[in-house]
Design a binder for this molecule. Structure first.
Ligand SMILES: NC(=O)c1ccc[n+]([C@@H]2O[C@H](COP(=O)([O-])OP(=O)(O)OC[C@H]3O[C@@H](n4cnc5c(N)ncnc54)[C@H](OP(=O)(O)O)[C@@H]3O)[C@@H](O)[C@H]2O)c1
Length: 223
């Protein structure tokens, strides 16, 4: 909680699409705030061992089951697999819901460092919003490594989560979640801000590869 007090949140059902490091890290964060979580994957059985240590408010299911169950949905799928994951999840299961899009459009086909497969005049965040026209998509959590997504502790104080999206109420909810997770929040406006947040992930990655220490996060300084 960062030593600060924020308004209490009602317990939510969170559907997380993605069984990787990000899906699991955010699941633990939401569980820690008292919410319940269903993690969606193409193979729900593979999470059995992890689930056995994660408490009784979390379960696994298909992408469609996770999307259907969530009042709030988190998208934590491989960039290149995101369209297929949403197809499997069923766009109708996102209607009217806030969707946190933590994905990055990384193309690893040429090795490291990855390249972005979309950028400048479009972004994966905007594609997600177009694929889910009824959802309220908020790009967030894509500019930091999964190890620091929840309760990031740095000597310089709380880092800032940069986010964007078209729906003000959805951004308010996601901002509240970020604050409860221990982040400052910087709102960049509409979902087209993803064109700038997705390359920002590459700044994080390039510095990590160069320094060999993946222990950094962004903060904006203000007068
Ligand atoms: N790793 C980080 O620290 C970090 C930080 C910020 C943002 N991100 C972004 O967050 C997202 C998740 O990253 P991650 O490292 O947790 O895991 P990841 O390996 O990038 O993605 C894992 C998830 O993607 C799904 N997936 C992969 N290919 C698919 C396909 N063809 N169709 C449907 N689903 C597919 C997998 O489904 P199954 O469960 O069925 O295998 C799995 O749930 C990525 O977009 C990444 O760029 C990662």
């Amino acid at each position: 909680m960062n030593g600060l007090e924020f308004p209490a949140m009602e317990a939510m059902k969170v559907g997380i699409l993605g069984s990787g490091d990000v899906g699991r890290a955010l699941a633990k964060g939401f569980l820690g705030l008292g919410h319940s979580v269903k993690i969606g994957t193409r193979d729900p059985q593979k999470l059995r061992e992890w689930l056995s240590t994660a408490g009784d408010r979390v379960s696994s299911g298909t992408f469609a089951e996770a999307a259907k169950s969530g009042d709030l949905i988190v998208l934590a799928t491989l960039g290149t697999g995101t369209e297929q994951a949403l197809h499997l999840a069923g766009p109708e299961n996102f209607a009217g819901k806030t969707v946190i899009d933590a994905t990055n459009p990384l193309d690893f086909s040429g090795g490291m460092p990855p390249k972005l497969f979309v950028g400048h005049t479009d972004s994966l965040g905007e594609r997600v919003q177009r694929w889910l026209p009824g959802a309220r998509v908020v790009k967030a959590f894509n500019t930091v490594g999964n190890a620091f997504m929840v309760n990031p502790k740095f000597p310089g104080g709380p880092p800032d989560m940069f986010l964007c999206g078209n729906d003000e109420a959805a951004k308010k909810l996601v901002s509240q979640i970020c604050q409860h997770f221990g982040w400052g929040v910087i709102d960049l406006g509409g979902i087209e801000g993803s064109r700038h947040l997705e390359p920002m992930c590459m700044v994080w990655v390039l510095y990590g590869a160069r320094s060999g220490a993946w222990t950094h996060a962004f903060k904006m300084l203000h007068l």
